[in-house]
Design a protein around this ligand. Structure first.
Ligand code: AMO
Length: 429
């Protein structure tokens, strides 16, 4: 069995490692080969005068980014990465790499994001890019662990659906036999129906599809949503759950991803909880003052307003008590001031990460709210019906996985947080 490069230490005796040739440098009598796998980089040094004939023969035919197998003794050496190197007794070409490379993996020349995404399999070989996806994997693991520990049931809901959930955002139509169907914008209606089913606490990590034509650094047409719904809970309960989850994920990544974080030269600071709560009306005032834009009650926050608010707050924060008119029909209005509802957004200083609310659980009120948004309750029969048969009060939220990773790692473009982004111009690879 081969050893992961991370586990090769100066104290290792003989090792066998397999990986890609990261760099190949020929200095006369000595050839330095940097071998890379997903866990790190290892120096392999060949002394041409002393090396076995097989090693020299392999050396003559290998090129950068080929896959090779190396076996030999390890010794400590200060100048090498990780303070150790291998002197190969065996060097074997496992799989050759064609030239020229569509992308320079060593990144001597910085590539445009589009070029990188076109050759994503090569781009992801770069330790700084590998790091993002190792951390993304840990983020999703940490989210699941956090929710499993709190007795949540993991569900998966259909992505092919007959009706819009969010109203307003565009849908991708799909030919579904002889019917028209859509790719789902959110598991919203299904996670709420699972409250009627008595599951009490559910979560889903899955794709959401938004046919919006914007071309920004924080929108995708296919994103990954972390969705949660909880019975017998109000918006405050699920806001606490959300801030604790975000802090726990940062903590877990900090504890388990020291190496990928070091490749990114990133030190994670766990955000302090509880996050500040700021009412919508105050947030609008601050944004209007700081941007000079004529923002008023009932307006949403544009990019400039979000940025200004982020500068004022300087940390994760919640915007609470939104106008009922600009939140979806399923957000519960306050009974004593129905122009405001029990909805919230979780904000990072750079952008929105999540929205959620306590939901309307009363059938008549929900039907009225659907109508007031200009939608037809008849189109929501399958969703509305469960509200007549013992629907518990409930609350929940949806958290964008890419935005969570992007803000955690200071990535400039959301496309860097997804392997194969789907945007207005990109359907391949
Ligand atoms: P919302 O539409 O605000 O709420 O989405 C929730 C979160 O999902 C992420 N997100 C996106 N990320 C990248 N590109 C997109 N186009 C995109 N759209 C959404 C964001 C956003 O904050 N049903 C409600 C949630 C709920 O109330 O439970 C919903 O979908 O991080």
């Amino acid at each position: 069995m081969h050893t992961p490069i991370r586990s090769v230490t100066p104290a290792s005796a003989n090792v066998e490692v397999i990986g890609w040739i990261h760099e190949l440098r020929d200095l006369g009598g000595l050839t330095f080969l940097l071998l890379r796998d997903r866990t790190g980089i290892l120096q392999v040094t060949v002394n041409r005068k002393k090396a076995p004939a097989g090693v020299l023969a392999a050396l003559a035919i290998i090129s950068r980014e080929s896959v090779v197998r190396v076996r030999g003794p390890v010794k400590a050496i200060d100048k090498a990465p990780g303070g150790r190197e291998v002197t190969p007794e065996v060097l074997e070409l496992v799989s050759p790499c064609a030239t020229p490379l569509p992308l320079d993996v060593v990144e001597k020349v910085p590539a445009e994001l589009d070029t990188r995404l076109d050759a994503r399999f090569l781009d992801v070989r770069r330790p700084r890019v590998t790091a993002v996806f190792l951390i993304r994997s840990m983020v999703l693991q940490a989210v699941s662990e956090f929710l499993w520990e709190r007795d949540f049931v993991q569900i998966t809901t259909p992505k092919l659906v007959a009706a819009a959930t969010e109203g307003g955002t565009e849908l991708f139509p799909v030919a579904y036999f002889d019917k028209e169907a859509f790719l789902n914008q959110s598991p919203q209606l299904y996670k709420q129906m699972m409250m009627a089913a008595g599951f009490e606490k559910v979560f889903e990590i899955g794709p959401i599809f938004r046919a919006e034509e914007h071309n920004t650094t924080k929108h995708l047409n296919e994103a990954t949503s972390i969705d949660v719904e909880v019975s017998f809970a109000d918006q405050e309960d699920v806001m606490r759950l959300l801030e604790e989850l975000v802090a726990a994920v940062y903590r877990k990544v900090g504890e388990t991803c020291a190496e990928p974080l070091s490749w990114l030269k990133k030190e994670l600071e766990v955000p302090a909880t509880p996050f500040p709560r700021i009412p919508y009306t105050d947030a609008i005032e601050i944004a209007a003052r700081r941007t000079g834009e004529p923002l008023k009650f009932g307006d949403d926050f544009g990019a400039a307003a979000e940025k200004a608010l982020g500068e004022e707050m300087g940390t994760h924060y919640f915007i609470v008590d939104w106008p009922t008119a600009i939140k979806p029909y399923y957000a519960m209005p306050y009974s004593d001031r129905p122009e405001f509802c029990r909805a919230f957004d979780l904000m990072h200083p750079r952008m929105e990460l999540s929205s959620g609310a306590q939901r309307v659980h009363q059938y008549d009120l929900l039907a009225a709210q659907i109508r007031s948004k200009g939608l037809k309750p008849e189109s929501f029969e399958f969703y509305l019906n469960p509200f007549r048969f013992g629907m518990p009060p409930h609350a929940g939220w949806g958290l964008g996985a890419e935005r969570l990773v992007m803000t955690m790692l200071d990535l400039q473009n959301i496309r860097e947080a997804v392997l194969f982004p789907r945007d207005r111009h990109r359907l391949v690879p």
